[in-house]
Design a protein around this ligand. Sequence first.
Ligand code: AMP
Ligand code: MG
Length: 388
Amino acid sequence: MITVTEALDRLFALAAPLRVEDVPLLQAAGRTLAHPVMARRTQPPFPSSAMDGYAVVAAAPGERFTVIGESAAGHRYDGVVGPGQAVRIFTGAPVPEGAARVVIQEDVYRDGDTITVQENLDSGDNIRAAGTDFAEGAVIDAPRVLGPNDVALLASMNIARVPVARKPRVALISTGDELVMPGETPGPDQIIASNTFGLHALLSAHGAEPRLLPIARDSRASLEHAFSLIADADLVITIGGASVGDHDLVASVAKALGMERAFHKVAMRPGKPLMSGRLNGAMMIGLPGNPVSAMVCGHVFVLPVIRAMLGQAAVPATRLRAPLARAISSNGPREHYMRAMLGPEGLTAAERQDSSLLSVLGAANALLIRPVGDPARQAGEMVDYLPL
Ligand code: AMP
Ligand code: MG
């Protein structure tokens, strides 16, 4: 058996980064910026008013000015402001030449074309200098997962198309005679395929393009057929059939089809049986069938691989730390990812840790990570976890 860290390193070695594509800004959210991009504009492009008010050269309480014109957003005042003069101005409008201050409208009394500055005048100039936000040529570094705020910034920089990593295409294959699809009527000995749906959701949420292939039955012919449908997938994920039971044929069929197997067993709980290799140009990961094992392996192995394919750093999932709300007993020879609840007092491991219990996983919001051979821990001790 190899450790989780070794397994991840071997997976990273198999994961090839994908080519870059340009997408319209409206499709950029959630994508990974592939190259640094540079602002094509300075923002604001001119000194602009931060408030509604009056642009003047300088102002003191009691001073009077004659209003000589107006500068609105999108329509500048073309003349020059001199002493004793004011230009009515609105937020975002260009500050006219000569003006060095905007007196906010609340601080003046207006009578016809004359304004008088009030006593408690605020001290700010209320002018945003050209380039206060960013200058032309300002860089957004890559790689970076683009969020809504980045999209707003890119738009403001006049970057209408964005270079991003192509989405990894992932083919998901459930295996097992006992499985039917949600919505179907199962036979007396059958259950509903669940992992593929959970993994599909997990992968879509993290920048991949997953696709469900038909369920493969526990026969060589059915598995071979499923593998024949992987088409242009970058990553093929099989679920189940990866153990050493009589009906666990995935490794043997994949090998017969030419897969070079990279490893088979990882010292972790849940999820011990796990394999990986390359098959017909695609990377393959064989996940265990137990629903919680498959989802945990999705978080621990598949998502970091997807991130590496997207050109992000090839690193394990980010661990956070929190205190234990309740004591836990010692851990054995495998790294344990315990389903847990993180609340105001800290982490509480679920009572039942069987790897078939999706209801327990559904109620969890964290995977409490127990290192190999970790001793018993008391409430209050700090431990690592992965947020779910
Ligand atoms: P296996 O790894 O094929 O021996 O499967 C281990 C356990 O996981 C068995 O109880 C299977 O019924 C179950 N299982 C396998 N694949 C799935 C799936 N896609 N959805 C739900 N349960 C599954
Ligand atoms: Mg099976």
